[in-house]
Design a protein around this ligand. Structure first.
Ligand code: EPU
Length: 320
């Protein structure tokens, strides 16, 4: 995410989106633009008001050109993966939301790599579930932890998404990104300093994809393991409800879910935003919750846990 607001540019862009749609193709060729889409359709919390502009570049060159234009005008740009780890505001969002689901979508063996080497390139716009299906079809192992985690590979990379079974950094070889100047760069895993829930990327980089080292596996053993992980997840997490997954990071040596639970907050709710009865580190949207109720609940949880245990919870989700 970068830029301040560049609202003049955004306002004229959204005016154009409202009135002169056909002219847009000539302004940013290769980019699908739309105005006033609601963030609630693009986030797993099902929360968020209209956004000034949503852009889906069809190619990475079109993406680079669009980024150059937005940077020159200091427009606030937010890359949205699967919308599974964000809380969007109820009010209108004065920003340009970028979706890479049309331009960075490939999964293929890395260049000069034989299929049997297990070295695979995955685009940032690929859905996690699609990558898991690819691994199953092609007999690769190493990404099991991703099963049931919604979102895209780009989002999972930025977050260094993971579970106790593993995380994105474990099998990463390199990432491909657009730097602040819009240049394509490749960074080796050794140049990165991944942490728990962060790959340590600059906020200004746009991740295009990554190379992974996978292991060969028998299809049957993979399927069994994935089913086991999914069963465990369904038993312990409220997967049927709109949520953003775990809200807080686990503090060193503690489980955020256990702390919130011990603070007596399971089931506590503000409006339709409720602490899940199944897993206390999940806030679920029971119907009409907005960002306002969810944020209020997050603040209350932070306060209670600090009062009771002297521990400051760190947010895992991104509040836009
Ligand atoms: N616990 C409670 N009460 C609760 C929830 C958990 O007492 O309401 C206890 C559990 O009984 C267990 C401990 O806390 O003893 C840890 O709970 P769990 O096994 O559910 O794992 P977690 O640390 O809460 C992490 C990830 C999840 C991931 C699971 C499964 C974080 C913040 N969360 O949860 O990731 O799915 O492990 O591997 O690291 C996410 O990041 O969005 C996410 C859901």
């Amino acid at each position: 995410m970068y830029g301040r607001s560049g609202s003049g540019f955004l306002t004229s862009l959204s005016d154009l989106l409202g009135t002169r749609r056909p002219a847009l193709g000539t302004i940013f060729p290769g980019v699908e633009l739309s105005g006033h889409e609601r963030m609630s359709y693009h986030t797993t919390f099902r929360v968020g008001g209209p956004v000034a502009c949503m852009a889906r570049p069809r190619t990475e060159d079109a993406l680079a050109a669009l980024l150059k234009a937005t940077r020159e005008r200091d427009v606030r740009c937010i890359v949205l993966g699967g919308g599974s780890n964000v809380l969007a505001p109820d009010e209108a969002l004065d920003a340009l939301i970028l979706k890479l689901t049309l331009c960075s979508t490939g999964i293929h063996p890395c260049e000069n790599a034989h299929r049997s080497s297990g070295r695979v390139y995955v685009g940032a716009g690929v859905r996690n579930a699609e990558f898991i299906r690819f691994c199953l079809r092609n007999g690769y192992d190493g990404m099991d932890f991703l099963v049931g985690i919604p979102g895209t590979i780009g989002g999972a990379l930025v977050m260094n998404a993971g579970t106790r079974e593993g995380c994105m950094a474990d099998s990463l070889l390199w990432v491909e990104l657009l730097d602040t100047e819009g240049r394509r760069q490749r960074m080796a895993r050794s140049e990165l300093s991944p942490l728990y829930r962060s790959m340590g990327f600059s906020k200004e980089w746009i991740v295009l994809g990554a190379g992974f080292q996978l292991r060969p596996s028998s299809n049957r053993s993979s399927r069994g393991r994935l089913a086991e992980i999914m069963k465990q997840r369904k038993n312990t997490q409220p997967l049927g409800w709109p949520s953003a997954g775990c809200i807080f990071k686990n503090p060193p040596g503690h489980s955020a879910g256990a702390l919130i639970d011990k603070a007596g907050l399971k089931g506590f709710h503000i409006g339709d935003a409720a602490v899940s009865e199944k897993h206390a580190n999940f806030i679920i949207n029971r119907g009409k919750a907005g960002a306002r109720e969810i944020l209020a609940l997050m603040r209350l949880i932070e306060e209670r846990v600090r009062e009771k245990f002297g521990i400051r919870l760190e947010r895992e989700i991104q509040v836009l």
